[in-house]
Design a binder for this molecule. Structure first.
Ligand SMILES: Cc1cc2nc3c(=O)[nH]c(=O)nc-3n(C[C@H](O)[C@H](O)[C@H](O)COP(=O)(O)O)c2cc1C
Length: 184
């Protein structure tokens, strides 16, 4: 009954600390494939995957997120950021940002793609954490400038991001409630 893919799904958890070890070219290529192989509504494939590969660019992203959170005045976000040591991408050697133009299924498509990426990473012995918080960098007063810095095509908006790297910490997968599945 249990397949390798199912084990990969069950073993995955959100990792919020990474070693400085870079990903290999082959690992990065495999993650690109996993992203591009994701199904999209009506096969539109109209999302883009921004691979943030350098420490400098990641530091710039972190700063833009912090600026965005502070500018938004969203206290919940600010508190959550503080509780995680002021880190949003957790020093991961790779951050992937998924952006798309507004459309009915844009967020669903992005959710499917980000899960493809995290499961591909897990299957290669890498770890990951899905990130909604970076959205703060791409909304608010500086949004257009930051979008340009991160090569968003015209009209594209942040959907979701993900950090990928070698785990420096461990975390058990979340627990669940069997009653959330309803048989009819
Ligand atoms: C849409 C979405 C957005 C998320 N955003 C963040 C985030 O910004 N920062 C973070 O540390 N974790 C984020 N997470 C990770 C969740 O907190 C995590 O998946 C959840 O606590 C369950 O834990 P697990 O992934 O270890 O099973 C996000 C997860 C999802 C699905």
């Amino acid at each position: 009954m249990e397949t390798t893919v199912l084990n990969t799904i069950l073993e995955r958890s959100s990792i919020r600390g990474y070693t400085p070890e870079k990903l290999t070219g082959d690992e990065i290529d495999a993650l690109k494939k996993a992203a591009l192989a994701s199904p999209t509504a009506m096969n539109r494939q109209d999302q883009r995957f921004i691979f943030v590969l350098t420490d400098e660019k990641r530091a710039r992203l972190e700063q833009a997120i912090i600026d965005g959170v502070l500018a938004s005045g969203n206290r919940d976000f600010a508190e959550r950021m503080k509780s995680r040591g002021g880190k949003v991408t957790y020093d991961a050697p790779l951050v992937i940002i998924i952006c798309a133009k507004p459309s009915h299924f844009a967020d669903v498509d992005a959710g499917i793609a980000v899960e493809n990426i995290v499961l591909a990473a897990q299957s290669m012995g890498l770890s990951s954490v899905i990130l909604g918080m970076p959205g703060s960098a791409f909304s608010g007063p500086a949004a257009e400038e930051v979008k340009r810095e991160f090569a968003f095509p015209e009209g594209f908006e942040f959907r979701i991001a993900v950090s990928v790297g070698h785990a420096a910490v461990t975390k058990t997968p979340h627990e669940w409630n069997e009653e959330h599945v309803i048989e009819v």
